[in-house]
Design a protein around this ligand. Sequence first.
Ligand code: SAM
Ligand code: SF4
Length: 461
Amino acid sequence: MKYIDEMKINSLLKLKVTEKEVDEIIVKAKQLKRLSLEESAKLLMVKDDIVLQKIYESASYVKRTIYGNRVVIFVPLYISNLCSNSCVYCGFASNNKVTVRKKLTFQEIKQQTEILLGRGHKRILMVAGEMGSSEENINYYIGAVKAIYSAEYKCNKIKRVNINVAPMSVEHFKKLRDIGIGTYQIFQETYHEQTYRKLHVAGAKTDPDNRLNGVDNAFKAGIDDVGIGPLLGLYDPNFEILAMLMHIEHLEKTYGVGPHTISIPRIEPAPGSDYASKPDYLVKDEEFKKIVSVLRLSVPYTGIIVSTRETAKFRDILINLGVSQISAESKVTPGGYEENSVHNDKLERQFSINDQRSLNEVVKALIVKGFIPSFCAACYRKNRTGKRFMDLAKPGQIKRICDINALVTFKEFLKDFADADVKELGCKLIEKHKITLDNKSVNILEKFFKDIDNGIRDKYV
Ligand code: SAM
Ligand code: SF4
């Protein structure tokens, strides 16, 4: 597999590490410096509980220093479960005969988006299987993104559409860039070539380099917010994390910036897939906590996403350790957001969901723990993406801006969509948080809050 030196990773996996070395790496990480592959490998090798605790605490420190108490919320929108690939772990695989197939029309996509807007969502991750010619796919994606952006609910519109779809040519990525997509997300699934070839048995996805090229093509097309990740459960998780960090080194060297986000989905049972219920390398919770923490220390400025594949309780722990973005009230079936949708049937979904809470419930739980839910998309709309974003983030210049924007979007949510108890708790949290801000920020915020009271929405800096 391109850029992935398996021999080097295997030798890193044999490294031994002392507590003193871990302490030294932690000192560097707490200065918010990017860790080397070897340093990250050493942290991954730690097994001792007391040393692990030090890693968790440092990851929490880095998380708080860079992201404060903000947590970005998004929702996935599945537009089609038709697929010509056969990934053995996925409910949408072409050879999976139990799955009921559905491809939403643009009108249906708009309707689904209106439902999500009506619940308070502002950021969508559009997801689809891969079907038909590349020309048909790109035209469908373009129509779908336009349908999402055209939806409106009481003056509220979607602010950012990220997409998770099959890789494509530079020319096709340029078309998506031109209609204003946010992050292009693609998971390598496994960076271990032999395993990759064993688990992807039909369609364009059989070629692992085609998938890696997808990330390069997105960058070459000028989409500089790209999201990557492994699907945990297919191969040795430590190998996967080191290989992904090697992939990141390639991106940093070639494009001057790494991925905007990393996702670390764990495999979940899927209809019609025996493999998904019994994956080869089940990742336990403790191992997963270590992975999140090591990533937070290794690539401090990269967003880490955890989805509703994880339970509510476990997601709370992961947010403290380094997760910066979470999804809420996800349905992994096309058409799943209608009330009592027939599409939420077991046989139309991609995999099982473990956090079924509504957006209001997720927001409430975050508030209770002192986190500020953010629906902000200002950086992307102000062109602060890719390297420009990182250049602002690293000297800490972005934090003030993020604080203001997060609080404004949070206040809008409370005003327009929150249940009474959530509104009360949220307003108290805003007042508490305001005390920590400088005078200039408070003045901007007060002005924006007045605007919100007067019915004006979507102000940002
Ligand atoms: N079809 C496109 C692709 O494969 O890149 C994009 C959409 S696919 C629905 C999104 C991701 O779902 C895949 O990249 C894979 O990592 C994840 N996925 C598939 N089956 C899964 C399962 N059983 N449990 C958890 N995640 C799964
Ligand atoms: Fe299709 Fe993506 Fe599922 Fe593979 S993971 S079967 S490509 S939808």
